[in-house]
Design a binder for this molecule. Structure first.
Ligand SMILES: NC(=O)c1ccc[n+]([C@@H]2O[C@H](COP(=O)([O-])OP(=O)(O)OC[C@H]3O[C@@H](n4cnc5c(N)ncnc54)[C@H](OP(=O)(O)O)[C@@H]3O)[C@@H](O)[C@H]2O)c1
Length: 331
C-alpha cells in the first residue's frame, strides 16, 4: 500500500480508502445488509492490507453507516483515519430541500450553526471524541463561504475535527474556499466513463496541494466486469438509476470488457483493478475511494497497488469507451 498526506495536514492516509455508503443499506443499496460482525471483519481485513482511511457520511442510510462504523471502531479507533461529512441533515430546522428518501427529508445547509450541529451529531452517532476529516457534502452558494470556513476552523481549534474538504464542488469553489482556509481534499466523481470533471479539477488541486479523492471509480460496480450488467436492482436502488443500465450503454460496455481482457491477463488482475490503475495513471496523487462491503472486494482492490499501466494501454482503454463517456453524473 502507498500512503499520502491529506493536503497540508499531517494526516497520513492510504492511497486506497474504504467507502461505506453501501454499509448504510436503506433503499439505495438493497442487495446486502452488513451486520456489526461483517463490519468488524471488513475493518480488520482493511487493516491487514494497509487501508487506514474510511469515508462515511451522516446520510448514508440516514445515520446507519456512521452508527455501524462507530460500533466497529470502538476498539479500533486509533487504527483508522475517520472521515465523515456535513451540510446534509434531516433535522428539518433550515436549509434547502435536497431529497426525500426512506421517510426522511434531507436538507442542505452550510450555515455556521448547521455545520457545528452536524459535527456534534456525527460525534454522538459514531461515539468518538474526534473526526479526522470532515467534508462539506454538497458545496452550496446560499451561505457565504467565509461563514462555512469559520465554522470548520472553529471545530478544528476545538479538536473536534483535524482537517476538512469539499465534495460535489467545482474548481472555482476550491479557489473560493482557499481564500479563507486550507482545504485538504476534494471528493469528486471520476472514472473512465466520466473523466472530464476530474481533469478540469487536477490543476487546481495541484496549485493548493489538495488531494483529489475519487469516488465512483467502479461506477457502483458496473466497471467490475460483464456479470455486473446482468444484475437487476429495485427502482429505488442507485444502480438502477445510473446510465450504464440503459440499453445504449450496455453493448459498448460489454465490448470494452472484451477489449480489456488481454490487459487483465497481462497484469493478472480484475477489471476493477484495471480501471483503478487507469485512474491512478491520470494523476499519481489521487486517492482512490472504493465502496466495499465484502472481504473479497478489499483483497482484490489492493492489487491495484502493484499495477502500472503504460500510456498506450491507458489510451487504448479510454478509446474503447470514448463513445459512451458522460460529462456529469450526480449520484
Ligand atoms: N461525496 C459524494 O457525494 C459521494 C457520492 C458517491 C459515493 N461517495 C463515496 O465514495 C464511495 C465509493 O463509491 P460507491 O460505493 O458509490 O461506488 P464504487 O466504489 O464505484 O463501487 C462500489 C461497488 O463495487 C464493488 N466492488 C468494490 N471493489 C470490488 C472488487 N475489487 N471486485 C468486485 N467488486 C468490487 C462493491 O462491492 P461490495 O460492496 O459488495 O464489496 C460495491 O458494490 C462511497 O462508498 C462513498 O463513501 C461519495
Amino acid at each position: 500500500m502507498k500512503y499520502q498526506k491529506l493536503g497540508n495536514s499531517n494526516i497520513e492516509v492510504s492511497q486506497v480508502s474504504l467507502g461505506t455508503w453501501g454499509l448504510g443499506g436503506g433503499s439505495v443499496w438493497t442487495d446486502h445488509n452488513s451486520s456489526l460482525k461483517d463490519t468488524e471483519l471488513l475493518l480488520d481485513v482493511c487493516k491487514e492490507h494497509g487501508i487506514n482511511y474510511i469515508d462515511t457520511a451522516p446520510v448514508y442510510g440516514t445515520g446507519e453507516s456512521e452508527i455501524l462504523l462507530g460500533k466497529a471502531l470502538k476498539t479500533r479507533r486509533n487504527d483508522f483515519v475517520l472521515q465523515t461529512k456535513c451540510s446534509l441533515n434531516w433535522r428539518n430546522d433550515g436549509g434547502n430541500f435536497h431529497y426525500s428518501r426512506d421517510g426522511y427529508t434531507v436538507n442542505n445547509d452550510t450555515s455556521y450553526d448547521a455545520i457545528i450541529r452536524d459535527v456534534d451529531d456525527s460525534l454522538l452517532r459514531m461515539d468518538t471524541e474526534w473526526i479526522d476529516s470532515i467534508i462539506v457534502h454538497y458545496v452550496c452558494k446560499d451561505w457565504d463561504v467565509s461563514e462555512t470556513v469559520s465554522a470548520l476552523e472553529h471545530l478544528k481549534k476545538q479538536g473536534k475535527i483535524r482537517t476538512y474538504g469539499l465534495s460535489n464542488s467545482q474548481p472555482s469553489d476550491l479557489e473560493e474556499y482557499q481564500k479563507y482556509g486550507d482545504v485538504s481534499l476534494v471528493q469528486e466523481f471520476f472514472s473512465i466513463l466520466s473523466p472530464f470533471h476530474g481533469r478540469d479539477y487536477f490543476p487546481v488541486c495541484e496549485k493548493y496541494n489538495t488531494v483529489f479523492q475519487v469516488y465512483g471509480v467502479l461506477e457502483e460496480g458496473f466497471l467490475t466486469g460483464p456479470d455486473f450488467l446482468k444484475q437487476k436492482y429495485q427502482a429505488s436502488d442507485i444502480r438502477s438509476r445510473i446510465p450504464w443500465v440503459q440499453q445504449q450503454y450496455r453493448q459498448p460496455l460489454l465490448n470494452a470488457f472484451d477489449a480489456w481482457k488481454p490487459l487483465c491477463e497481462k497484469y493478472h488482475c480484475s477489471y476493477a483493478n484495471l480501471v483503478e490503475a487507469w485512474a491512478l495513471h491520470e494523476s499519481a496523487s489521487l486517492n482512490l475511494l472504493v465502496g466495499m462491503r465484502k472481504e473479497n472486494s478489499v483483497k482484490d482492490t489492493v492489487n491495484v497497488c502493484n499495477i502500472t499501466l503504460t500510456d498506450d494501454e491507458c489510451k487504448f482503454m479510454e478509446d474503447s469507451v470514448k463513445n459512451i463517456q458522460v460529462e456529469v453524473l450526480d449520484k
